[in-house]
Design a protein around this ligand. Structure first.
Ligand code: ATP
Ligand code: MG
Length: 288
């Protein structure tokens, strides 16, 4: 497995791989790798011949009060994890390599990045879209795999890729969960024991919404309140609990009826940790 730090070496490596007739698969991450990331790698290996994982804690997607400087950085463990998973190369650039002095271009996605997390993390999806566009330009992947745990991120990147006519297939993989239903995330390691117990209310609330939907409930407000009732007593604060249209992500009015599919998305804080989770009603199984 190669470890590449220079963007231009990465581009040359990918050029050679493609010239040899191989399909490049790409999994962008911020490191602190876990089973969720590994599922993305396995999916990329199924769809491509040469899989590249990037490990880069992207400063432009963190807000000024967020955890950029204390984000977990575990490169040695990440390297071993990728090696065992059959990753062909890791790209681990410096901040200066990806944002050299004088750079000033940002990629902004219009409507998809506004609701849900867009309200609470201004500039976050612009940072995500910008770094992913740069990475796509360096790697030239045939396919890139993202997790639907970060559902809005996936939709923003699908939109960006279509709008910029980038020749990449953007795949969204189902959320990988711990045995008790908690969506796996690098930030879960911040949770205390009691916070982790309280965090299960997210998967529980979403499961209750799935059961209600499968039992015929279609009122957006009623579905939303089922989740709120479960999560509110357990979270320290709620950023949002939303029932939204699954492609454009616009939240339904409380008195609207959802159709055959609807996204239910949650963002809460537990202590210092911000957790997100979601299901698509009419599509995903209950998390618990
Ligand atoms: N539990 C999971 N199941 C599937 N994909 C996941 C899961 N967790 C993260 N991913 C995906 O891994 C990719 C890299 O995400 P990232 O490195 O930010 O990990 P993370 O666990 O989301 O970390 P954090 O919670 O700190 O943001 C993203 O496409 C993300 O959606
Ligand atoms: Mg993440």
């Amino acid at each position: 497995m190669e470890i590449v730090e220079s963007p231009f070496e990465l581009r040359e490596l990918c050029n050679r791989v493609r010239a040899a007739g191989k399909r490049v698969g790409f999994v962008p991450t911020m490191g602190a790798l876990h089973r969720g990331h590994l599922a993305l790698v396995h999916e990329a290996k199924r769809r491509a011949d040469f899989v590249i994982v990037s490990v880069f804690v992207n400063p432009t997607q963190f807000g000024p009060t967020e955890d950029f400087s204390r984000y977990p950085r575990t490169f040695e463990a990440d390297r071993r994890c990728c090696e065992e998973a059959g990753v062909a190369a890791i790209f681990a650039p410096s901040r200066e390599a990806m944002y050299p002095s004088g750079e000033e271009t940002r990629v902004t996605v219009g409507i998809t990045d506004k609701p849900l997390c867009g309200v609470h993390r201004p500039g976050h999806f612009e940072g995500v879209a910008t770094i992913v566009a740069k990475l796509f330009a360096l790697v030239g992947p045939a396919v890139a795999v993202f997790g639907r745990k970060d559902y809005q991120q996936w939709r923003v990147l699908v939109r960006m890729t279509a709008d910029l006519m980038l020749p990449v297939e953007v795949v969204g993989l189902a959320t990988v969960r711990d045995a008790d239903g908690l969506a796996i995330s690098s930030r879960n390691r911040y949770l205390s024991e009691s916070e982790r117990v309280r965090a299960l209310s997210l998967a529980r609330g979403l499961s209750m919404a799935v059961v209600a939907f499968n039992g015929g409930e279609r009122r957006a407000g009623a579905l939303r309140r089922i989740v709120v009732a479960e999560v509110e007593p357990m979270a320290d604060s709620i950023d949002y609990v939303a029932v939204a249209e699954p492609e454009g992500l616009q939240p339904f009015e409380e008195d609207a009826l959802v159709g055959g599919r609807a996204l239910v998305a949650i963002a809460v804080k537990l202590g210092v940790t911000r957790l997100i989770d979601n299901v698509v009603l009419g599509e995903d199984p209950a998390p618990i």
